[in-house]
Design a protein around this ligand. Sequence first.
Ligand SMILES: [Zn+2]
Length: 288
Amino acid sequence: MPELPEVEVVKRSLKKKIQNFLIRKVRVNDSKLRYPVTNKDMSRIVGLKIKTIKRRSKYLLIFFNKPIVMLTHLGMTGKFFFIKNKRKFRTSFYYELNNKKDNKHDRIIFYLSNKQKLVYNDVRKFGFIKLLDLKNYHKNSHIKSLGPEPLGTKFHFNYFKKYTKNKKRNIKSILMDQKFIAGLGNIYVNEILFLSKVHPSREVKNLKNFEIKKIIKITKKILTYSIKSGGSSIKDFSSIDGIKGFFQEKFNVYGKSGSICSNTDCNKKIIRLVISNRASFYCSDCQK
Ligand SMILES: [Zn+2]
């Protein structure tokens, strides 16, 4: 499931490749995404020029030369492919290309200037595309209550301390809470807590100052690292199959229950525990 770094790399790829392009035609192959989308809806952006592409949390925002914004969430399995001269390219590092199997899940095709195409592909169809008015897109229910961006300046010690004061909630669920911090999902939160040496079920009001500082520092570090290495792993839309996203191969705990802890001085096995309905993976020796 794409989280902030994966979506950020999509944004950067799209900026590089489709910014300033014209949408010549849109074809909706399957209107049943998380929210229905029809050819008629999409006709609103035909003829428009793509001005810029931004990201907020795990959402992509595409701006045009008319006051319309295309809000996209990739859900569980959403991906954008870029097609040029009949060659297909990835736009991020969290998926592989599979020319035989991909096609039947191509849900929306954007025909661009210079005979290039942008394809929205989604196997499980939890993703969505919505067209919003520029004037009040920020009031949209998906984005209006989002907390600060983890890589932004508003995610800092005082904010963390104030927000978590006297709260009994556990650190795992608060890091997953998009109102507290926007864009983190289960994978990165598990890794952040492992590297911060904090047990996922710790109550946030009991976290020590040095632990809060560590969580913030590690969060920013992992995301930055992942964006950088994920971005470079797709090497300017390289279409070579079989290259996995860098960070995803380097998980310490996520999905690793039963494996020996990756810390060199530790022989404990990684434990899986369900916290707030989501799987948590941790080392009981290294995380307190
Ligand atoms: Zn350990």
